[in-house]
Design a protein around this ligand. Structure first.
Ligand SMILES: Nc1ncnc2c1ncn2[C@@H]1O[C@H](COP(=O)(O)OP(=O)(O)OP(=O)(O)O)[C@@H](O)[C@H]1O
Length: 488
C-alpha cells in the first residue's frame, strides 16, 4: 500500500540514528545471482504457500554470530537518550573503502553526501538499565512536528507523501554513520528521532572488509523483560485507544473519524475490503503516519504528545516489508535488537530462539534479499518481537506464510496474549480472524461499521458472510463474457 514508509525512498521518512557499525564480510552464500525483492502487495502469493525447498536446501555458509557491539558502547544509556552514539574512533585513518550503504545506493534515489562529523558525546559505561519512557525532554517545535530532544524528532510529520528525505552519510576516520534529514515542504529540515523500529528508520552502513571488534563479555539474559511497563492505569486497562482518528490523502478519505478501544490482553482483528483503510490505521497507530485529526493513546501515552514513549511499547510489522535486505537475517535481527536497547548477548540468545521458532535457523546466514516472501515476513516478525513489546501492531502477518509457520506464529502470538500482551493485526483471512481474535472491527471505506467481540460482530452469520454483507455484497461480474471467448 502506498502509505508505507520506505527508508530507501526519497518520499519516505527515514531517520537514521548515528550508529557505529562493525565490519561485515559478505558471506559467500550472499553472492546470489538474482536477488529477490519483497513482493508488493498487489502481487500476493497464495496464503497457503508450501514451504520452500530453499529453506531445507543445501546449507550455506553462516557468517557466524552477529557483529558485536563495541565494548565502549553503552546501549542502555544510548537507548535512554534515544540516540546511538559511535564509540570514540581509533587513530584517524582515511577511509578509503567504498561504502555501500542503504542510503547511498543510487537506486534509493536518496542523496548521499559525505560530510564532516561534529563532536560526538562520549558516554561512560554503566550497567545495563531498563529503557525509560518517562521524563523525555519536551522541546517546543514547529507545529505538526513533534520534537523529543535536541537530537531527535518524531518522523510522523515527515511521513506524508509530499515530504522529501535527504540521507546524509557522515564519515569519521573509522566510523561511518548515516543520518537522514527530512524536509517537509516549506518547513525547515528536521532531523528525526533515532529510536523507531529499525524497519523504517535505520539505515545501516556496512564497511566491507573491516575487522570485527573484539567479542564483548557475554551477558546473561535479564530475568525481567526489558520493556518498560506502561503506566499503571494502562497495565490492566485499554492498551490502545483511538478517538476520532482521521486521515486523508488529498481527496481520498482513507480513515474517517474512527474510534477503537483495544483492551490489554486482546487479540484484535482489523478486517475490511481492499482500500478500506486498515494499513492507514495501523500506520497511524505505529507512528508512521500522523493523523489529520483525533487522538491515539498507547499504553496510556498520548502518541502525539510523547511519540517516542508510545513507540517503545510497540513492536511493528509494517506493510510492504521493505527493510535492509542486504544484511543477513542474523545481522538484521542484531540491529533490531540493539537498536531497541538489548545487549548483544541477549540479542544473540533471542535470535536463536526466534530463528528456531520460525524455522529460520538455516537462513540466518543468508542475505535477506534472497529470502522468500514468507521468510521475509517471518524474519521481520521476529524483529518486531525481539524486544518483547507490550503491543504488537501487525499488518497482514500471515500473508505469504506457509500453514506450518502460520500455526507456529499463531501459537507464539496466542501465548503472548495469554500472558498479557496485546496484538492488533489486519488480515483478509476471515476464518483465521474468527478463530483466533477475541475482538474484531470491520472497516469499510475508512469507517468502522461493526466492532465488538467476534460473536457480537458476526451474529448468526459467519464472519465472512457478515463481512461481505457490511462490505456491500459481492461485486457484479457481468460484462466479462468476452473472457470466455478465448483469443486463440
Ligand atoms: N500515501 C498515500 N497516498 C494517497 N493515497 C493513499 C496513501 N495511502 C493510502 N492511500 C489510500 O487510502 C485508502 C486506504 O488505503 P489502505 O492502504 O489503508 O487500505 P487497506 O485497507 O490497507 O487496503 P488493502 O486491504 O488492500 O491492504 C486507499 O484508497 C488508498 O489508495
Amino acid at each position: 500500500m502506498p502509505n508505507d514508509i520506505d527508508p530507501e525512498e526519497p518520499d519516505g521518512h527515514a531517520s537514521a540514528p548515528v550508529v557505529r557499525l562493525p565490519a561485515t564480510v559478505k558471506p559467500a552464500s550472499d553472492a546470489h545471482e538474482s536477488p529477490r525483492k519483497p513482493r508488493p502487495k498487489g502481487g500476493r502469493k497464495p496464503a497457503a504457500k508450501t514451504k520452500r525447498p530453499t529453506q531445507a536446501a543445501a546449507p550455506v555458509a553462516d557468517p557466524g554470530p552477529p557483529p558485536p557491539l563495541p565494548t565502549d558502547l553503552d546501549v542502555a544509556a544510548i537507548v535512554a537518550a534515544d540516540i546511538v552514539v559511535p564509540p570514540k574512533p581509533p587513530l584517524p585513518a582515511p577511509l578509503t573503502e567504498a561504502v555501500p550503504s542503504a542510503v547511498e545506493e543510487s537506486e534509493t534515489g536518496a542523496l548521499a553526501e559525505p560530510e564532516s562529523v561534529s563532536v560526538e558525546p562520549e558516554i561512560e559505561p554503566e550497567p545495563e538499565a531498563e529503557p525509560q519512557v518517562e521524563g523525555e525532554p519536551q522541546v517546543e517545535g514547529e507545529p505538526g512536528v513533534e520534537t523529543e530532544s535536541q537530537v531527535e524528532s518524531e518522523p510522523q510529520a515527515g511521513t506524508e507523501p509530499e515530504a522529501h528525505a535527504t540521507a546524509v552519510v557522515e564519515r569519521e576516520a573509522d566510523t561511518v554513520r548515516a543520518a537522514t534529514v527530512v524536509e517537509d515542504e516549506g518547513a525547515a529540515p528536521v532531523e528525526h528521532e533515532a529510536e523507531v523500529g529499525p524497519e523504517h528508520v535505520v539505515a545501516p552502513v556496512i564497511v566491507p572488509g573491516r575487522e570485527p571488534e573484539p567479542e564483548p563479555e557475554p551477558e546473561p539474559e535479564p530475568a525481567a523483560a526489558p520493556v518498560v511497563p506502561p503506566p499503571a492505569a494502562a497495565a490492566s486497562g485499554d492498551v490502545l485507544v483511538l478517538r476520532g482518528v482521521t486521515k486523508r490523502f488529498g481527496g481520498t478519505h482513507a480513515v474517517e473519524g474512527i474510534d477503537l478501544t483495544v483492551p490489554a490482553g486482546t487479540f484484535y482483528g482489523l478486517v475490511g475490503p481492499n482500500g478500506a483503510g486498515k494499513t492507514t490505521t495501523l500506520s497511524m497507530i505505529a507512528g508512521l503516519l500522523n493523523p489529520d485529526r483525533g487522538t491515539i493513546r498507547v499504553g496510556g501515552v498520548d502518541a502525539a504528545a510523547k511519540p517516542l514513549a508510545a513507540k517503545k511499547l510497540m513492536g511493528v510489522l509494517p506493510d510492504r516489508l521493505r527493510t535492509f535486505d542486504r544484511l543477513t537475517g542474523r545481522q538484521l535481527l542484531y540491529y533490531y535488537g540493539v537498536l531497541r536497547g538489548l545487549s548483544p548477548a541477549v540479542v544473540e540468545s533471542r535470535t536463536a530462539d526466534l530463528a528456531r521458532a520460525f524455522d529460520l535457523e538455516g537462513a540466518l546466514g543468508r542475505s535477506v534479499s534472497d529470502y522468500s516472501a514468507g521468510m521475509l515476513k517471518k524474519v521481520m516478525l521476529a524483529g518486531a518481537l525481539i524486544h518483547s513489546p507490550r503491543l504488537l501492531v501487525l499488518d497482514e502477518p500471515f500473508e505469504a506464510v506457509d500453514p506450518v509457520s502460520s500455526a507456529i506464529i499463531l501459537d507464539i502470538l496466542s501465548t503472548y496474549v495469554a500472558h498479557g500482551g496485546t496484538v492488533i493485526l489486519s488480515s483478509h483471512g476471515m476464518e483465521l480472524v474468527e478463530r483466533v481474535c477475541t475482538r474484531v472491527a470491520v472497516l469499510v471505506a475508512g469507517q468502522v461499521l461493526a466492532e465488538g467481540t467476534v460473536d457480537e460482530v458476526r451474529g448468526e452469520l459467519t464472519l465472512e458472510q457478515r463481512f461481505v454483507e457490511l462490505a456491500g455484497g459481492l461485486s457484479d461480474v457481468e460484462g466479462l463474457e468476452w473472457l470466455h471467448t478465448f483469443s486463440d
